[in-house]
Design a protein around this ligand. Structure first.
Ligand code: PGA
Length: 253
């Protein structure tokens, strides 16, 4: 079975002390992660070291960065390199979140460079894609998401793309309380899988975890995750509340 993943995206929230407390609260609550399941915490860069030491020995639990730069090292003040992440033991990085695309002008080709440097350094990207509301209303979301995948991922070899986790996040559902229906999520996830199949074949397409993101919470996680092509979620707001996130972990297939 494909890996089922509950990924927390804290975004730019919480102090170090609050973050530590939240991880302690989550870990202390009953949660079970089977062999095919993972919980990933995408937390602010200054706390990666804290989280890494706290979670290092926990089975099926991983730390992710929320971003990294496309260059190996050098005069890029304020940026975070993959070597820095590797030296902390971080194994995942979220790339192409819609907030980075919108506020920091990250393009598909810039993201392709970031994907490359991560894979070259054994870090798995959680690659985000998803359409804004006007595209959904025009019913051209498949073309839009297909282009994001093509321009950032389809230069990869089959072995490389198997290391990617995809997160489909319709922008109109992020932080709005407006979730895509489970049918809308399944429809897009099936489209993404088919799209990958056309380039890489069915076995690769079936091996890639595709997470849904956009107002996932305890109350809708079971329903959304039960869809055939939905392999868990990337969770913003609800990941900041211990009980909510634990329930989301426990909702994984
Ligand atoms: P949300 O955010 O769960 O608060 O909608 C999801 C995300 O942006 O990853």
């Amino acid at each position: 079975m494909r890996k089922q993943i509950a990924a927390a995206n804290w975004k730019m929230n919480l102090t170090l002390q609050q973050g530590e407390q939240l991880l302690d609260d989550i870990l202390s609550k009953p949660h079970s992660l089977k062999d095919n399941q993972e919980a990933i915490f995408a937390i602010p860069a200054p706390y990666l070291s804290m989280a890494q030491s706290k979670l290092r020995n926990k089975e099926h639990v991983f730390v992710a960065a929320q971003n990294c730069y496309s260059k190996k090292s050098g005069a890029y003040t304020g940026e975070i390199s993959v070597d820095m992440l590797s030296s902390l033991g971080v194994q995942y990085v979220v790339l192409g979140h819609s907030e980075r695309r919108e506020y920091f002008n990250e393009s598909n080709s810039f993201l392709a460079d970031k994907v490359n440097i991560c894979l070259e350094n054994n870090i798995s990207p959680i690659f985000c894609c998803g359409e804004p509301l006007d595209i959904r209303e025009a019913n051209t979301q498949n073309e839009y998401v297909g282009k994001q995948l093509k321009e950032s991922l389809y230069h990869l070899t089959e072995a490389q793309i198997r290391k990617i986790v995809i997160a489909y996040e319709p922008i109109w559902a992020i932080g709005t309380g407006k979730t895509a229906t489970s049918e809308q999520a399944q429809e897009m996830h099936a489209f993404i899988r088919k799209n990958i199949e056309l380039v890489y074949g069915a076995s690769t397409a079936n091996s890639i975890s595709i997470l849904y993101g956009g107002s996932v919470k305890a109350a809708n996680a079971v329903e959304i995750f039960s869809q055939t092509d939905v392999d868990g979620g990337l969770v913003g707001g609800a990941s900041l509340i211990a009980d909510e996130f634990v329930a989301i972990i426990n909702a994984l297939k």
